[in-house]
Design a binder for this molecule. Structure first.
Ligand code: IPM
Ligand code: MN
Length: 358
């Protein structure tokens, strides 16, 4: 199979974790005889430095010409401490999501047997956890208008806005995913307070009759925040709006043992984008200590979701599992005996070939 992949390394640890994901993709090409071409482009602070724009037109063009996009991370401390900065790297991420219509962010949450003791949660609670969050990504309070400051500067406001259509298109994906998994969707909202949440409930409830074999539950987000770490095995597919999904997936990463383990897919109307859920972690940049598994597993999701390469995706996931089992993990997971980012990347790429015996 011949495919074009846009590579957007971004800021901080983004470039080094993306590099490790590329090693795995190259192993897959070799093992299965595929041909992927990679085109790099700037995004975030790296793009502001190069062009003044965190999501420049050249980058958008590279993304649109690709069959899928692999993305690292965005963010730089020089902008975080300056509330008056006119352009911020994060605007690049939000512009990219909006312009490429990346409406559904899929974030799988799994426990790893070898990492159970790394979580602050009890092993008996997290062992066997396997759920997936469908986070709406191009609507809600992140994008709603009007937003801004009053003239005297003493008030600020954001707007949370959703249309039925925005809810329906992601809910459809969530119901379909549940059909291939545990047959349960939990809508997480705040319908006791928010009008947008009531529209979510009404819309998703109407759709439920089209999916008679799927059980539909509703949960307020405050309660869900508690239940996710109290009884994570109760969840199968979690469907939620933009900001609630942002918050509960960081929380859920505690189950996997490290935020660095979690991949994600952002499903678009044309091409889709794949990125680890962690940020740019600038303090670790260039030190060969960043956890590359989130990025490597994002490449695995890319193969499955964008190219339909299920076996190839599984080969990467199996190699990651083996690396974790064999103790090839970075310092966020093993403080006493850590392995460097590059070595973890090399190991996974080698395991892919070894396990497929090529
Ligand atoms: C994420 C990040 C982003 C978000 C930030 C960097 C804008 O936290 O992808 O989860 O809030 O969506
Ligand atoms: Mn987040």
């Amino acid at each position: 199979m011949k495919k074009k992949i846009a590579i957007l390394p971004g800021d901080g640890i983004g470039p080094e974790v993306t590099k490790q994901a590329l090693k795995s993709l190259k192993s897959i090409e070799e093992a299965f005889g595929h041909e992927f071409t990679y085109t790099e482009a700037h995004v975030g602070a790296a793009a502001i430095d190069a062009t003044g724009d965190p999501f420049p037109q050249q980058t958008e063009d590279v993304c649109r010409a690709a069959d899928a996009i692999l993305f690292g991370a965005i963010g730089h401390p020089k902008y975080d401490n300056d509330p008056k900065a006119k352009v911020r790297p994060e605007q690049g991420l939000l512009a990219m999501r909006k312009k490429l219509n990346l409406f559904a962010n899929v974030r799988p949450v799994k426990s790893y047997d070898a990492l159970l003791s790394k979580s602050p949660l009890k092993e008996s609670i997290i062992q066997g956890t396997d759920f997936v969050v469908f986070r709406e990504l191009t609507g809600g309070i992140y994008f709603g208008q009007p937003r801004g400051r009053s003239e005297d500067g003493n008030q600020a406001f954001d707007t949370c806005n959703y249309s039925k259509e925005e809810i329906t298109r992601i809910a459809k994906l969530a119901f379909q995913a549940a059909g291939n998994r545990g047959k349960k969707v939990t809508l997480v909202d705040k319908a006791n307070v928010l009008a947008t949440s009531r529209l979510w409930r009404e819309t998703v409830q109407e759709m439920a009759s089209d999916y008679p074999d799927i059980q539909l539950d509703f949960m307020f987000v405050d309660n869900a925040a508690m239940k996710i770490i109290q009884n994570p095995k109760d969840f199968d597919v979690v469907l939620t709006e933009n900001m609630f999904g942002d918050i509960i997936t960081d929380e859920a990463s505690v189950i996997a043992g490290s935020l660095g383990m979690l991949p994600s897919a952002s499903i678009g109307t044309a091409q889709s984008l794949f990125e680890p859920i962690h940020g740019s972690y600038p303090q670790a940049a260039g030190k060969d200590i960043a956890n590359p598994f989130g990025a490597i597993l994002s490449a695995a999701m890319l193969l499955e979701y964008s190219f339909g390469l299920v076996e190839e995706s599984k080969a990467i996931q199996d190699a990651v599992l083996k690396a974790v089992d064999d103790g090839f993990v970075t310092e966020d997971i093993d403080r006493e005996n850590p392995v460097g980012t590059e070595e973890v990347g090399d190991k996974v790429a080698a395991y892919i070939k070894e396990m497929l015996a090529v």
